[in-house]
Design a binder for this molecule. Structure first.
Ligand code: THU
Length: 145
């Protein structure tokens, strides 16, 4: 694994992700996830999964962290850590990847578990060929709107 920034920086972010996981609200799945993002100015925001009895309304830890950051004025994201207590580190779901592409296309992502297994990746690798632009429609396809 090649980490482009100091180990210390990652360690702080790793701690923040585990800390955020403590707040997971997961009464339906019992599956607790933590995430933490570090922004361009060094600020760190944590997130946990927040479930709902209407299952589809569940918000993943990754989106909670990113939305928390945006709500506090963050504009640029450098790194994210995602943690769970699983045999292998977990990967973010498709919805979270789409949000990453929108808000943090250059972000580095570290997936970790309790045993200290780490998978280092990037948003670019997690979401190739993404819908990240709103292209011009062809004239024939404008419809009635
Ligand atoms: N979950 C996350 O928070 N992040 C992921 O990367 C995968 C899944 C949550 C959503 C739900 O609360 C629970 O884990 C089970 O899917």
């Amino acid at each position: 694994m090649t980490m482009t920034n100091s180990q210390t920086t990652w360690d702080v972010l790793i701690d923040a992700a585990w800390q955020a996981r403590e707040h997971a609200y997961a009464p339906y799945s019992g599956f607790r996830v933590g995430a933490a993002v570090q922004c361009a100015d060094g600020s760190i925001y944590g997130g946990c999964n927040i479930e709902n009895v209407s299952y589809g309304l569940t918000n993943c830890a990754e989106r909670t962290a990113m939305f928390q950051a945006v709500a506090n004025g963050a504009k640029e994201f450098h790194r994210m850590v995602i943690c769970a207590d699983t045999p292998e580190p977990i990967a973010p779901c498709g919805a979270c990847r789409q949000v990453m592409v929108e808000l943090a296309p250059q972000m580095e992502v570290l997936l970790i578990n309790k045993e200290g297994k780490q998978i280092f990746t990037t948003v670019e690798k997690l979401m190739p060929y993404s819908f990240s632009d709103f292209p011009q429609q062809t004239e024939n396809d404008e419809g009635d709107v």
